[in-house]
Design a protein around this ligand. Sequence first.
Ligand SMILES: NC(=O)c1ccc[n+]([C@@H]2O[C@H](COP(=O)([O-])OP(=O)(O)OC[C@H]3O[C@@H](n4cnc5c(N)ncnc54)[C@H](O)[C@@H]3O)[C@@H](O)[C@H]2O)c1
Length: 403
Amino acid sequence: MSRERPELAVWMVGALGDIATTVVTGAGAISRGLATERGLVTALPEFQGLDLAPLDRIVTGGHDVRDASPVECARLLAREAQLFPESFVEATREDLEAHGKRIRPGVAFGCGTVVSSLEGGAARARRAAGPRAALAVLRADLRAFREETGVERLVLVHIASTEPKPPELEELATEEGARSLVERGDARVPASVLYALAACDERVPYVNFTPCLGSAAPGLQEAFLRAGVCHMGRDGKTGETLLRSALAPLFLSRNLSVLSWAGFNILGNRDGQVLEEPRANAAKTTGKERVLTSILGDNLGSALTRIDYVPSIGDWKTAWDHVHFEGFLGMRGTLQLTWRAADSSLAAPLVLDLVRLADLASRRGKKGLLPGLACFFKDPTGVEEHALSRQFDSLLSFARELR
Ligand SMILES: NC(=O)c1ccc[n+]([C@@H]2O[C@H](COP(=O)([O-])OP(=O)(O)OC[C@H]3O[C@@H](n4cnc5c(N)ncnc54)[C@H](O)[C@@H]3O)[C@@H](O)[C@H]2O)c1
């Protein structure tokens, strides 16, 4: 994305991760005519004619706690995970290098032991200065990004490692409480909340693609609304949960009762390694299960969701779901399904969709939560509707509003 006249600057928290790397390589490859827009929801006919930022007018940068080269990250994804041809890395080298030059050290409060073990020296120093200083420096990075790129329109997307479920902090119930936690340097405030506050305070639309708390606490929602900034999260719906939200309504509409729904996921990338930590794992499985309990209600006997780390399969997440159901005269049947796909290739186009839509929503004066984007998330903040087709209808009406 060597953009001569960039329109939109995208700040990725987790800028060296697999999703971020696939976003930069993917947008660069599409811009050069090497790949199509397959996989992007905003490339569907229903979104044509919307004033969305073209992919070749997007520039990127971001925060990460590791030190690495985006070109090397992309090469690994091409060679080892085989997410795209290796020739794409050379073709988009300019974009990957420009992205690398705009990566600043992130902060890792409450991110768990795996992330701490990845932290580079500069990130560690920022953490040592405490949350209050961290918020100031994150905000300064966003301002510098705006200045360096000369682009007025920014969106921040959180795609960093999943944080362990944070402790209950009642202060996060109000904006005043949340700010007092940061002011007094309480290191229990998770990093994702600091990034969300930085976006809010710099008037940057914010998207949380992870299960991390981010902008979801009531105090943060209040802050975004008061600042007149739009935001939405959490946790991208890309694989097994996408299937669940499409299939669970089927049982309801045929009056079949679901006796049990069990799902087993294995993955081998860094995300999988981070999810080995029990509290990070719990943060992820909670959202996956909420989709079922919310759609099926009393019509669900029991649910089980597991995620395990199997290094050899890398990014190629595999999920098996076993649904045991009961129908007419007590007939008991099963539905079993297998899903295998490269996680980052599912996620990256949705990240591009979300930043384009959040940017347009912001230009159309939207403030606070963006419920119209619920179909992109496992646990959409402020939205009770989980059935995919109804969520998609609401995305289409949102797109009509943005026209
Ligand atoms: N791939 C999918 O389909 C999918 C779907 C939904 C949600 N997610 C979530 O998206 C996130 C990213 O996934 P990924 O596969 O790219 O993971 P990844 O491990 O490849 O990348 C995460 C990056 O975040 C960095 N990081 C960790 N803590 C940070 C912090 N506090 N500040 C700045 N950087 C930090 C890490 O160093 C790493 O480079 C994960 O939380 C994952 O659960 C992924």
